[in-house]
Design a protein around this ligand. Structure first.
Ligand SMILES: *Cc1c(COP(=O)(O)O)cnc(C)c1O
Length: 396
């Protein structure tokens, strides 16, 4: 039973058969002359997903957290000031990582459920006349609260303050599922990973790095060895890797990119919006509330949903797992016990989402939630029937 797919957690996500097959390969010598033929196009094609032509793609064998560390260590020095807003567990963890690296972290505390406060960033940056702030850190999609932040607005705020800081963006749970425009938004480093929108096994941190961030490497004094951009890019340029590459994941990445481009990135984003809307219709029909404060903040990859007062969200996710063998996201940090999360990203269709909604409804009914069994499913069905997938229509 525990083998039952899909999971409804916001990463790691379901791995489609096609990608599991792509990763099911025998060892090959990464020092053989043909490794470059496999790897170089993967790096090049990943740029399209980041929305960059000017930037470079750099990968490390790591989870997304390793990508954060790589971003910091290659571009900053101990004592450097960074500006960051805390509005969920992932922005919180990035702050912790910066502090442990002896950065001077200026934190703007925001309610969980809100997003990156462009206006507050602008005020702080305008007041920073000596430009002591070296980087602004933004979590694009706060997976703990289901909040999407407006990165273009943060860039506009930085421009309005005429501030030269770099902008680093965590897009681990948004890249390859929600629109991302690294060049247009002026993102200096975008950090992602293999196990969410790319639908792969965990183990590859994937970064988009701007020329400005690469230049910052020249003076950055934080120490780095495993995560050194220069070592990685130097080796990649000649078709190699500074140590043993995660070969199976590289094969998986090649196939994942193929799948994303076959569907078309615009269609991938539209599918995630549609799936998310179906979930949101269900939440409305249950009479429950999203953690995200307002519609422009709604994430298309994960919904965090408050349980009614007097109920424990951990009991709900336990019930779904124990009774039906299906995983949903627990409430993280401040949200623990108060909210559960439905992950709706990666390899998912309308029909799969309906199964998740039906499952969590059963778990809620088991625990005497004040909801009507079937109400959320019906609301999502209605939405999906009237907003059919363009992909399926064109195939019919
Ligand atoms: C998943 C995730 C990460 C990275 O987590 P890892 O477990 O290290 O891969 C970082 N930020 C966000 C917003 C995430 O959703």
């Amino acid at each position: 039973m525990s083998d039952q797919n899909p999971v409804f957690i916001p990463g790691p996500t379901n791995i489609p058969d096609r990608l599991r097959a792509a990763m099911h390969v025998q060892t090959r010598d990464h020092r053989a002359p043909d490794f470059v033929e496999t790897f170089a196009p993967v790096l090049e094609d990943t740029k399209k997903v980041f929305g960059t032509t000017e930037g470079s793609v750099i990968t490390f064998p790591a989870s997304g957290t390793g990508g954060w560390e790589a971003a910091i260590c290659n571009t900053l020095s101990p004592g450097d000031k960074v500006l960051v807003a805390r509005y969920g567990m992932f922005s919180h963890r990035w702050i912790d990582l910066c502090q442990r690296h002896q950065l001077d972290v200026q934190i703007i505390e925001c309610p969980w459920g809100s997003g990156a406060p462009a206006d507050k960033f602008e005020a702080v940056l305008s007041a920073d006349k000596d430009h002591t702030i070296k980087a602004v850190l933004v979590t694009h999609n706060e997976t703990a609260t289901g909040v999407k932040s407006d990165i273009a607005a943060v860039r506009a705020a930085m421009n309005a303050a005429s501030h030269p800081a770099m902008m680093f963006v965590d897009c681990v749970s948004s890249l390859a599922s929600m629109d991302f425009r690294m060049d247009e938004w002026g993102v200096d480093i975008a950090v992602s990973g293999s196990q969410k929108g790319f639908m792969l096994a965990t183990g590859m941190a994937i970064l988009g790095v701007s020329p400005k961030a690469l230049a910052a490497m020249e003076t950055a004094k934080l120490s780095r060895t495993f995560f050194d951009f220069r070592d990685m890019m130097g080796a990649n340029a000649s078709g190699g890797f500074p140590y043993t590459p995660p070969l199976q994941l590289i094969y998986g990445m090649r196939e994942s990119l193929k799948m994303l481009f076959e569907e078309g990135l615009e269609n991938v984003y539209a599918r995630h919006f549609r799936l998310a809307e179906g979930v949101r219709k269900a939440v409305g029909a249950w009479g429950l509330n999203l953690v995200a404060e307002s519609p422009e903040l709604y994430s298309d990859t994960v919904s965090a949903i408050y349980v009614p007062k007097g109920f424990d969200s951990n009991a709900l996710t336990d019930q779904a797992f124990n009774a039906y063998g299906v995983s949903f996201g627990i409430g993280l940090g401040e949200m623990n016990g108060k909210a559960f999360r439905i992950g709706h990203l990666g390899s998912l269709t309308d029909v799969m989402v309906l199964s998740g909604l039906a499952t969590i409804e059963m778990a809620m009914a088991d625990l005497d939630y004040p909801i009507e069994l079937g109400s959320g499913v019906a609301a999502a069905q209605d939405y999906f029937r009237t907003h059919r997938s363009a992909m399926i229509k064109s195939a019919a």
